[in-house]
Structure formats: C-alpha cells, structure tokens
Design a protein around this ligand. Structure first.
Ligand SMILES: [Zn+2]
Length: 443
C-alpha cells in the first residue's frame, strides 16, 4: 500500500473510545488530510513521504488547547506575583489599551503558535481582539483552531467606541472562514460579569444564526460568583441558562465556582467545561470541581489560558498539574486518573468544538492530526503505562514531529511553517520600542 505520508513508530496510542489502546511496531498511513491506515508495520507499506520515527518513538493524537488568548505571549512574565487587581488594572488592561493592534496580535500569535507546535498542540481555541488578523496567522501556521472575537460592555482595543453592537470584525471573520477546513470563526462573550443580558442575548443570536461555537469565561473567581448572586439573584451558570446559552454549543472556561445545581444544568447542556488548572492556581482562583463534573456527565476539555496567567502553553505540563491539583485538593490520590486527564486534552476537547468524529483519537477515516514523541530520553524511561508517562513525566519537549491534516508542521524539532528566528528578533524589537509603557504602568 502506498500513502502520501507514512509514519513508523514503536508505539501507537490510538485512545480509541477513550481507552489506552497501544499498537507496537506500528504504522500510520495518511492520504490527503485523513488517516487511511493504522496497523502493524510491514515492509510492503510505502509513502511518498516516510517518517521513520525510530526506536522508542510514540505516535499519538495531537492535543487540543480549548481556552487561550494567543497574543498574550507578548505579556509573559511582565508583572507576575502582584495582587490580581493590580496585575489586571495597572498592567494588563492599560498595556492592552496602548499596545494591542493588528501588528501586536499577529506577532504574539506567531510566538504562541510556535510554542504550541513545539509542545504537541494541534488545535487552539482562542479568544482575543482583532481576531480576523489572528485567524490569518493561525491559517498560515497550518494549525487547526476556533478563533473567537471578543465582545463585552467595555472599551476594547479593537472597539474604542465601547459599543458591544459593533460586529464588524466578527462579520469579517465569519464570512472569511465559512467552510474553511481548519479555521472556525467563533464569538467570545468575555464573561457574564462583563456583559449585560442584552449583549449576551445578541451574541447568542449571532452564534445561532451562523452556527458558531461560543466561548466565555464562567465562574472563574469567588468575587464573580458573589457578584452574580448579588446583582442577578442567580449563579453565573443559572443566568446563562436563563439566557439560552446552555442550549448552544459553548466552551465555558474555568468553571471554578459552581454549585451542585450548576453542574446538573451543565450535564444536561451543550456546554463544555474547560479546565484551566495552572491559571486557576497562579491567579489564586480556586479548584474546579472536575470529579463532580465528570461523574455528572459534563464534557470537560483542557486549556492553558493566556501566557500572562500560566505562563506557558504546554498541555503536557497542564495535564500534570491539573491531575495532581485534583488529588491534592481532595486529599485522595484516586480523585482523577492520568487517562481521564489525557482524555480531556484529546477527545474532550474535540467534543467541545464539535469535531469528535474527526479528531481526538487515531482512527481510520479521521483527520490526520497527530504528533510523534521521542521516549528515548531519561525522564520517559522505562515505559510501563503510557498515559501515566505522558501526564506525569512528559513536558512537551519530547515532541519531535507534528502533523495537522496530513501536513507536516514540525519535523525532527524543526518548525516548517513559522520562522522562529524572525519571531524572536521581532518580539525583542517590539519591547525595545515599547518598554517605556511598562515603566509607566503601575506607577
Ligand atoms: Zn482566559
């Protein structure tokens, strides 16, 4: 059999049906953008492009990062360890007001995508500003993504008129990526506390009309929860239910402060909870009730959040921290298993963006989005249980080769669609020109 792309590896982890299914000395054959063959290696298999991953190599599904703000990589490490209000109001918001423009988001997105590809992420669900520019960079990088233009009731860098009714960027984004094979447009209502009922309703109507997956931060902090009870007499989730959000496919980021009733509502809904453990820890937001959500039947995905509140975009590190955080908070080491967390970063994410029939596992007929990892490094040896190794020992640096839709985006650690040297030079140049604004912040 001959394929466009053929990969041979010692281990092939399919994650079929969410299970730890491993094939040994296996091959994966791709034609066009789909997987056409999975099975034992045989010399009769040939490929126009052949990746012989070598001894101790693993092929597995690419990871899906279901909550992030791509351009915020440019703010990484800028004002850490300050009280949350000062971090947000004295640094992030004023700097966003001064610096965020189409050039900023393009450069920040390039930096973030280079990091994502290196760490084995093949799908990014993002929300920020100037998302028509962000979508173009994502498209050019070859990654797959859900790109959400933010709407809320405050002045935004791309909406200086403080007019939540201005959908011009969103309309451009929607029209340009209609039917695109990798980039989906999305509308991101920032959060229940930053959007009036009217703003939320209008956004939902737009999402319904254009069949867009919604994104929103939900119940991230105790303050937000208390504010919602005080102002609306209901929890953030109950308010979203009353507005119709639970009947539409949506990614609910954070979901830290939920009542048992909120969890029941979400279990019956089309919403996916996105677990952001590192951001929740770093900003002191709290611990999301993941066990309760999984037991109730809520679909749970995984996300890193932006680089200003994490500070890296490796989902391998996120899986490690997220699993351990659940065990620590429950004082019970069986609270969450490595395989359950790996499922969130693959099939859970795919379901959240309505692509579970195409992504999240390696199966013939599915899209060829996968990564090749080198396990021949000290911290990945010996191999007993792959899910444990991937969640508790890997950090993302083991990823050697990344394929999205049958196309190589990185081969043997060399990025093929992004020029890292140029990105690093431009990032440094950007801050040389704009450092004065940091000095002005916080004073
Ligand atoms: Zn966020």
């Amino acid at each position: 059999m001959n394929f466009d792309l053929l990969v041979r590896a010692d281990y092939l982890l399919t994650l079929r049906h969410g299970r730890e299914e491993v094939l040994r000395d296996a091959a994966l054959g791709v034609n066009g953008n789909k997987i056409e063959f999975l099975g034992p290696w045989s010399p009769s298999l040939t490929g126009r492009k052949f990746v012989d991953a070598g001894r101790d190599a693993l092929v597995m599904p690419g990871l899906l990062n279901c909550h992030m703000h791509l351009p915020m990589g440019l703010f990484r490490g800028l004002a850490d360890d300050l009280p949350f209000d000062r971090w947000l109001n004295e640094y992030i918001l004023p700097l966003e007001g001064r610096l965020v423009n189409p050039e900023f988001v393009r450069l920040g997105t390039e930096l973030a995508l280079a990091e994502c590809i290196r760490a084995g992420t093949t799908f990014v669900a993002e929300m920020y500003y100037f998302d028509d520019d962000i979508a173009e960079v994502v498209d050019r990088s070859g990654l797959r993504g859900l790109i959400g233009e933010t709407v809320y009731d405050f002045i935004a860098p791309d909406n200086k008129s403080q007019n939540a009714n201005d959908y011009s960027i969103l309309q451009r984004l929607t029209e340009r990526y209609k039917g695109h094979d990798r980039v989906q447009a999305s509308i991101a209502t920032h959060a229940p506390y930053s959007c009036s009922d009217a703003t939320l309703k209008k956004a939902l109507a737009y999402a319904r009309k254009h069949d867009l997956t919604l994104q929103i931060h939900v119940a991230e902090t105790k303050n937000e929860f208390d504010g919602s009870m005080k102002e609306h007499g209901k929890t953030p989730v109950a308010r979203l239910r009353d507005l119709g959000f639970l009947d539409h496919p949506s990614l609910f980021a954070h979901c830290v402060h939920l009542t048992d009733d909120d969890i029941k509502l979400m279990a019956r809904s089309k919403a996916t909870a996105v677990y952001n453990p590192e951001s929740n820890m770093k900003l002191g937001a709290g611990v999301s009730p993941i066990r309760k959500m999984l037991d109730a039947g809520v679909n749970v995905a995984l996300g890193t959040d932006g680089s200003a509140s994490n500070n890296d975009l490796s989902l391998f590190k996120e899986m490690d921290a997220g699993t351990k955080l659940q065990k620590l908070s429950a004082r019970n080491n069986t609270e969450l298993t490595a395989l359950e967390t790996l499922r969130m970063a693959t099939l859970g994410g795919a379901k959240g963006v309505r692509l579970e029939k195409q992504l999240g596992t390696l199966e013939t007929g599915k899209l060829a989005d996968f990564i090749v990892m080198n396990l021949r490094v000290p911290h990945m040896q010996p191999v007993h249980v792959l899910s444990s190794q991937l969640v508790y020992a890997a950090n993302g640096s083991e990823v050697e080769t990344v394929v999205v839709g049958g196309k190589l985006l990185m081969e043997r650690r060399k990025l093929l669609t992004l020029n890292e040297d140029s990105i690093f030079d431009r990032v440094q140049e950007f801050w040389e020109q704009n450092r004065k604004f940091i000095a002005g912040s916080g004073t």
